[in-house]
Write a protein that binds this ligand. Structure first.
Ligand SMILES: Cc1cc2nc3c(=O)[nH]c(=O)nc-3n(C[C@H](O)[C@H](O)[C@H](O)COP(=O)(O)OP(=O)(O)OC[C@H]3O[C@@H](n4cnc5c(N)ncnc54)[C@H](O)[C@@H]3O)c2cc1C
Length: 447
């Protein structure tokens, strides 16, 4: 059971320990959930991440639009695991995996982390569908740095619009295009509209912010494609009430520093934001397997790599399908369910007749139930007073949906501190219309 397969201890691992080494790559929703669910496992759990914090991505758009500060939605990984004595945290950027030697190589001096079981949960990044050069004009939102970059661009454009005497230049500066009408695009567009047209306009002597033009561009026939059309229509109307122009059936064909071309039409906008697509982390490359079209690793029903029961892939990096053939969506609850599932499977292996690397005989292998995804529902918010919510058995829109959206997000934030800070911040901004994080940081561009 405690098969170490003769491989040597690696960086940060206990030389004397004879416990099986479970190495988890990525401390996002999937990896962190898996690590925590292994709390009672008789194993040495090593969690590797390129960041020293877990990031609550669903609220990243609020950092990008100055409603929250980075630390409100990020928690140090060591703090989360401080009481888990079988867990270690390694800060490092994964750059290769050797499945023969069972080691993970980190970029930092080529350090090696040895494993008996490997769980890959390194998430996804933006995809520009082969137009990577657009990233310079239309940054995506995935990391804290992306959110701060977008915040700087938006606030900087609004300040420049205040400063200029040139009316044409002012209108260009006050034009924002958000590309991609999924939840992130909808949330960003609504929040930018509130920031420019309501909050900043109230504080400015010129009221120029009122003229801000925010356009949300979606390639498909409706925004929020996972929602039923009636809720998507309500979201669209809420956005329009905030002054957002919504364009559907408008595939973006070109981006540059002054705007985009969508469905053959030129749209001028000095600030572009990309919320249109994601591609999996390069795990398929590390594993030397053929990825699917979104770059994800195809896995078996137990989330292991075909032909290698020592490697599991979960979350946004894995291509997982439901019994009816629909893909499991790339959302946080799916990653968490997968993390829990793999932890339970490993606990069964550790406590049962199958060896930790799953090579304990056909009978034991067959006993593992397959992963089954449970979809609780979909949520998206529009500004800070409206949302749409579809839990299947109940569909809501407006303020009540927004209150539920807020409760769900507070509940799922990782630490008590984050929950309190975010809740108080929201209450303050709801009643005082005051965004506490409206800072232009970094070296700044000269006005
Ligand atoms: C802006 C935004 C908004 C979202 N909103 C929602 C929402 O409202 N609701 C919802 O359910 N889902 C939402 N999602 C999707 C959700 O965040 C993802 O589905 C979820 O985070 C996937 O979990 P994961 O564990 O696969 O990856 P992640 O949570 O992305 O974690 C991956 C981890 O791997 C680390 N990592 C990556 N590469 C390396 C490497 N080479 N070496 C070391 N470490 C590495 C990263 O630092 C990160 O900590 C949103 C995503 C984004 C970007």
């Amino acid at each position: 059971m405690n098969d170490r397969s003769g491989s040597k201890p690696g960086y940060g691992q206990n030389q004397a320990s004879q416990l099986p080494r479970i190495v988890i790559l990525g401390a996002g929703f999937g990896g962190l959930t898996c690590a925590r669910a292994l709390q009672a496992a008789p194993a040495e759990v090593t969690l590797v991440d390129q960041r020293n914090f877990h990031l609550f991505q669903p609220l990243l758009y609020q950092v990008a639009t100055a409603a929250l500060s980075p630390a409100d939605i990020a928690t140090p990984i060591r703090r989360i695991l401080r009481n888990q004595i079988n867990a270690k945290v390694v800060l490092g950027h994964v750059e290769a995996i050797d499945r023969q030697e069972r080691t993970v190589r980190l970029r930092e001096n080529g350090r090696l982390v040895a494993y008996d079981i490997l769980v890959i949960a390194t998430g996804a990044r933006h995809s520009y569908f082969g137009h990577e050069d657009w990233e310079a004009f239309a940054p995506g939102l995935k990391q804290i740095e992306d959110a701060l970059d977008i915040r700087n661009r938006v606030l900087d454009a609004l300040e420049r619009a205040e400063a200029t005497e040139d009316a044409d230049e002012r209108q260009r500066l006050l034009s924002f295009a958000v590309i991609g009408g999924g939840p992130t695009g909808v949330e960003l567009a609504g929040a930018i509209a509130e920031l420019a047209k309501i909050e900043l306009a109230q504080e400015s002597r010129t009221m120029h912010g009122l003229a801000a033009h925010i356009v949300l561009i979606e390639a498909g026939p409706q925004i929020l494609p996972v929602f039923v059309p009636s809720l998507a229509d309500k979201a669209r109307r809420s956005l329009e009430q905030l002054g957002v122009e919504v364009l559907t059936n408008s595939m973006v064909e070109h981006c540059d520093s002054e705007g985009v071309i969508a469905a053959g039409k030129r749209i001028e906008a000095r600030t572009l934001i990309w919320a249109a697509g994601v591609a999996a982390s390069p795990a398929a490359q590390w594993l030397d397997v053929e990825p699917d079209r979104a770059g994800r690793v195809r896995v078996l029903g137990d989330l292991s790599l075909p032909g290698d029961p020592t490697v599991f892939v979960i979350g946004d990096t894995a291509a997982v399908y439901r019994p009816d053939g629909r893909p499991v969506p790339g959302i946080a609850p799916a990653a968490k369910q997968e993390g829990n599932y793999v932890a339970e499977l490993l606990l069964r292996r550790l406590n049962g007749s199958v060896s930790i690397d799953g090579r304990g005989g056909a009978a034991g292998m067959q006993a593992q139930p397959e992963f089954h995804y449970h979809h609780a529902g979909d949520l998206a918010t529009i500004g800070h007073k409206s949302a749409v919510l579809d839990f299947g058995w109940i569909r809501l829109s407006g303020l009540l949906a927004w209150l539920l959206w807020g409760c769900v997000h507070i509940f799922f934030l990782i630490s008590f501190r984050n929950r309190m800070v975010v809740m108080l911040g929201w209450l303050w901004s709801y009643f005082a219309s005051d965004r506490g994080a409206r800072l232009i940081t970094g070296s700044g561009r000269e006005l």
